[in-house]
Design a protein around this ligand. Structure first.
Ligand code: MN
Length: 247
C-alpha cells in the first residue's frame, strides 16, 4: 500500500510527524505538505505563481503552496504512482460543523476525493500546545485500515475528529453529521506602532450547537467522531421550492 500524507499546519507540525510514523504500519508513506502553516486556507489552489518543492529528506516534500496544491503536486508529479489513500492531518485543533469549509485539512481530503482516491481528514480536539497526537495517530491507523480494506462509498471522504486524551479515556467512534456553529463573529481593531489601524478576525474560540448526532456533540463527550462528507453542496429540498419561481 502507498499512502500520501499532507496537512495544513505545515510539514514541521507535530501532528503530521505522528501521523506519518504511525501509518508506516500499513505501507509506504510519502509526505507532501505545505512548507509553513496554511490553516484556514480552505480549498484554495495556487494558479498565479509558480510552486517550489523542497525534498527535506527521503519521502518528505515541502511545497510553498496550499494543502490543495500539495495533493495536486503529490499525485500528478511527486509520487511514483497513484496512492491508495490520502490522509490529511493530524490537525492541531478540531474541524467541526460549518468550520469544515475553512479547513485546509479537510480540503486536502476533498481534493483527493475529487481525484477518485480514498481520503481521510484527521483532527485533534485541542488547541493546547502538547496534544495527544500519538494516541490520535493510532486511531487514524485504525480508520485507514478500514478504508483500505473496505473502500469508501462513492463521492465520500471522511472527516475524523479525535478527543485529546489518552487512548484508554477515548469513547468509541460514532458516525456523526456535520454540526452547526453558534457564531460569535468578532473583529478586534487596534492601532499599530506606526499609528495605523489593523483588524483581527476570530478572536474567540469557535463554539458549536450541542445537538445530538453531530460531530461536536460526539467530540465534546470524548467520542471519536467520524463524519462522511461529500462535495455536492446542492440543497435538494430547496430545488423543489425554487423550481416554482418565475425568473
Ligand atoms: Mn491547521
Amino acid at each position: 500500500m502507498h499512502i500520501m500524507v499532507t496537512n495544513d499546519d505545515g510539514i514541521h507540525a507535530p501532528g503530521i510527524l505522528a501521523l506519518a510514523e504511525a501509518l508506516r504500519e500499513l505501507g509506504t508513506v510519502t509526505v507532501v505538505a505545505p512548507d509553513r502553516e496554511r490553516s484556514a486556507a480552505g480549498h484554495s489552489l495556487t494558479l498565479h505563481s509558480p510552486l517550489r518543492v523542497f525534498e527535506l529528506r527521503a519521502g518528505f516534500f515541502a511545497v510553498d503552496g496550499t494543502p490543495t496544491d500539495c495533493v495536486n503536486m503529490g499525485i500528478h508529479s511527486l509520487l511514483p504512482s497513484r496512492p491508495d489513500l490520502v490522509v490529511s492531518g493530524i490537525n492541531h485543533g478540531p474541524n467541526l460543523g460549518d468550520d469544515v469549509t475553512y479547513s485546509g485539512t479537510v480540503a486536502a481530503a476533498m481534493e483527493a476525493n475529487l481525484m477518485g482516491i480514498p481520503a481521510i481528514a484527521v483532527s485533534l480536539g485541542t488547541f493546547e500546545r502538547h496534544g495527544h497526537f500519538d494516541a490520535a495517530a493510532q486511531v487514524a491507523v485504525r480508520v485507514a485500515r478500514q478504508v483500505l480494506a473496505n473502500g469508501l462509498p462513492a463521492d465520500t471522504f471522511l472527516n475524523v475528529n479525535i478527543p485529546d486524551c489518552p487512548a484508554e479515556e477515548m469513547q468509541p467512534p460514532l458516525i456523526t453529521r456535520q454540526g452547526t456553529r453558534s457564531f460569535i463573529g468578532k473583529i478586534v481593531d487596534k492601532t499599530d506602532p506606526r499609528g495605523r489601524k489593523y483588524y483581527w478576525i476570530g478572536s474567540e474560540e469557535p463554539d458549536f450547537n450541542d445537538e445530538p448526532g453531530t460531530d461536536f456533540h460526539a467530540l465534546n463527550r470524548r467520542h471519536i467522531s467520524i463524519t462522511p462528507l461529500h462535495l455536492d453542496l446542492t440543497n435538494y429540498e430547496s430545488m423543489k421550492i425554487l423550481s416554482g419561481w418565475t425568473v
